[in-house]
Design a protein around this ligand. Structure first.
Ligand SMILES: NC(=O)c1ccc[n+]([C@@H]2O[C@H](COP(=O)([O-])OP(=O)(O)OC[C@H]3O[C@@H](n4cnc5c(N)ncnc54)[C@H](OP(=O)(O)O)[C@@H]3O)[C@@H](O)[C@H]2O)c1
Length: 244
């Protein structure tokens, strides 16, 4: 089996490449530093020769709707067009729990992920969507994104962060055993309130930014699973945070 990982040198992609290679699966990493640009299409046709499965773990720094939608949708269009020509049988996309549920958020980045899901579902290659909650290691970055004028602004919404390697293992399972057509969600073992989680995480890092609880626009449960999901076993690395 030969697997093309779009974004294969990134946070998720590099760990997935190691995981698949340890299982004896041939991996073709597809990132800019590999000479592949999924947006212009440069290098894609050559890289996809003999590939059975595409795993799409691409990311963009564009958080505005226009930028995120054009990146995530454009990448799917190019990957599916070249993938189909190459005879790819399965296209797996990593998305985020809660996007596309209607009330998740009007944040531009999430609209990009909604567009990504729609594009892969309606594309010609049978698709699987894996939706993960926020990675545990990503919480400090999320706190930075919520920072305004030196204060971390957080609604009292739910968050259920998952350990990255458990997401990687699920992606590897999607490659080796899942039938195309599934949507599988994964979340961590514990559900917290976002403001509590930020306070504990910043305190643990000796970061003295204040966390201010604010009214959230979105539903408090917008970013946690609503239906069946795989529950990770790895607990958040800071003990004693009240669960929600
Ligand atoms: N962070 C979270 O908590 C979380 C939770 C759930 C789902 N996710 C999803 O997980 C996915 C992967 O995230 P990540 O943190 O692993 O991202 P990342 O570390 O930023 O990696 C993204 C990769 O995309 C590649 N890339 C960007 N533009 C490209 C282009 N035009 N052509 C080819 N490659 C390109 C980059 O390649 P170069 O390195 O060569 O630039 C990079 O390797 C994202 O789609 C995100 O939505 C994240």
């Amino acid at each position: 089996m030969k697997v093309f990982i779009a974004g294969g040198r990134g946070r998720v992609g590099s760990r997935l490449a190691d995981n698949l290679e340890a299982k004896g699966i041939e991996v073709v990493p597809g990132g800019l530093e590999d000479g592949i640009d999924v947006i212009s299409g440069k290098g894609l046709a050559e890289a996809l020769v003999g590939v059975d499965t595409i795993v799409n773990v691409l990311n963009t720094p564009r958080f505005d709707a226009e930028g995120a939608i054009s990146f995530f949708e454009g990448a799917i269009d190019n990957l599916t067009a070249e993938g189909r020509r190459a005879g790819v049988r399965h296209h797996i996309v990593l998305s985020i729990v809660g996007v596309g549920e209607g009330d998740a958020s009007d944040i531009g980045y999430y609209l990009g992920k909604v567009a990504q899901e729609k594009a892969v579902r309606s594309g010609p290659i049978p698709a699987t969507i894996i939706r993960a909650t926020q990675f545990q290691s990503y919480i400090p970055v999320l706190a930075d994104q919520h920072t305004m004028d030196g204060k971390v602004l957080a609604p009292r919404s739910f968050i259920q962060p998952v350990e990255l390697d458990e997401v990687v293992e699920l992606l590897a399972e999607a490659v080796t055993t899942l039938e195309p057509g599934s949507v599988v969600e994964i979340a961590g073992p514990d559900r917290f309130y976002l403001d509590d989680l930020f306070r504990a995480t910043l305190a643990d890092r000796g970061d003295d930014r204040a966390v201010v609880t604010v009214d959230g626009q979105e539903a408090p449960g917008a970013m946690v699973p609503r239906g069946a999901y795989r529950k990770g076993l790895v607990r958040y690395p800071i003990a004693g945070i009240p669960t929600a």
